[in-house]
Design a protein around this ligand. Sequence first.
Ligand code: ATP
Length: 556
Amino acid sequence: MASHTPEHAAGNTSSKMDKLTALCRRRGFIFQSSEIYGGINGFWDYGPLGVELKRNLKDAWWQDIVRCAPPGPDGQPIDMVGLDCTIIMNRKVWEASGHASGFNDPMVDDRESKQRFRADQLFGLYAGPHTGNSAADRAAVLAAVAGGIAPIISIIASTGGEAAEVLERQGKKLFKERNVPLQISEIAAEFVLLKERGEPRLGVLAAVPIDVLRGRPLEIPSPFTQKTGVLTEPRQFNLMFQTHTGAVQDDSSMAYLRPETAQGIFANFRNVTDTSRVKIPFGIAQIGKAFRNEVTPRNFTFRSREFEQMEIEFFIHPEQAAEWYRFWRDVRFKWWQSIGLTSANLQLREHDRDELAHYAREGAGTSDIEYRFPFTAPGFGELEGVAHRTDFDLRQHAQFSGLGDKLKYFDQQRNERYFPHVIEPSAGADRGTLAILCEAYQDDPGRPSGVVMKFHPRMAPIKAAIFPLVDKDGMPEIAGNIYNDLRKTWNVEMDVKQNIGKRYARMDEAGTPYCFTVDTQTLSDQTLTVRHRDTLAQERINVAEIRNFLSKKLEP
Ligand code: ATP
């Protein structure tokens, strides 16, 4: 669901992001894809630490959702099964789902600056920091009206309302004369593009209906340069990547890379009900890659062209939609908290009705679980959407596949055949990983590393490090035995190089919650030190106790 959260934020918040990005590169969390060839826009690779982090996130999701789903609203266990579908599917799937025709954002290009804008979110225009009373403001409003556009006066949240009021008064007069409606809105996402270039506080945003724009883009100034006459006609821009199957590359062999994992679940609905014992209410879950040819990939991994989703389609009787919608919304929100997103940077936002996708408008609701990333602050960016998709998808597949009523579910308890409704919690594994990285990152000038990654122990890529204090006197052998034992269960690391301070610093950057050091005392009494990452406290425990110690600390 498109969120109206800005994805570009004021410059001062980006320094944390710069530092985090540098750390990710330096320590092997995330690399640019194909970096040795200059990279490729919108694609990212996970390095040795990143792959563990992301895997921990996906494993926790699979464990907590599929293998050990929480009890439902009535306290009864939930049926949940997993699935792993292909990325390339029959093209008809995407015709049925509406993606082949509907997953288009009409775009307008600025021929000079080569910037591309979503036509339906195009700015009327804007220039500089305004009072709302200047000739330029007036011209902005006039130009929007001349374009036959209903302008929205958009206010950056931090500004006092005075300038807006002046603009509104002026605007109302103009609009009254020309009978054009006027709306006042809160900050709009694309506005921030302009904010980056000069801190404007107030502007006229024209939400352009495509049919109005068609044929007259030359009258509308480029949001980027404010020049008129440089915008192209709106063009359809399908976000699905295309490829071909087989030897011949013609229209009949064209196939799409899936833009979401959900459709594989719907397409397999009957296979799953026929082959397992699931009964409504039940869920089917899938983790997998999805691809979208995003127009403007940006903000590190937040908006990528290849990413991973963790999706649940939860099938219910239509009458129970509201109850299950609330259930999943709340369960999913708490889950993100349980894996470490505990700060006020996590929020649950219920959508307004007019934001909803066509199929969801009649439904029980849609909400986003959002995180305040450094690049969205003070706004939020979507981590997961929880939506009541009604029976839209199953009905579409029933129609497009020709299966019709055969795709209905037979409810033995109710003795009723129907298309189940669906509650869909759809999360992004990459955005989740990024949120975890942002949440964990803490500058700490008191440490040699200057920074510590305070991951929740369950998410930490390395659970524990084992250090022999010196590389002699039998210490490496003891450390080696401990390491070989622990690695059967957890991702642990042994490090014998450099002085102990440097080794701790490396582990602080990797976010390793516990470091065990074998020292001279270990040789005589079989105890070693445990250093706690967050408090820097050290204690001694018996070597034989390490397994117990870690098990307790790493429990979900
Ligand atoms: P947005 O409005 O930010 O484009 P969306 O509403 O289109 O996202 P959904 O279709 O609801 O996203 O997809 C579910 C989840 O998949 C999102 O909550 C997000 O975590 C993830 N996701 C979607 N698009 C991307 C992307 N381009 N890069 C990384 N993750 C993505």
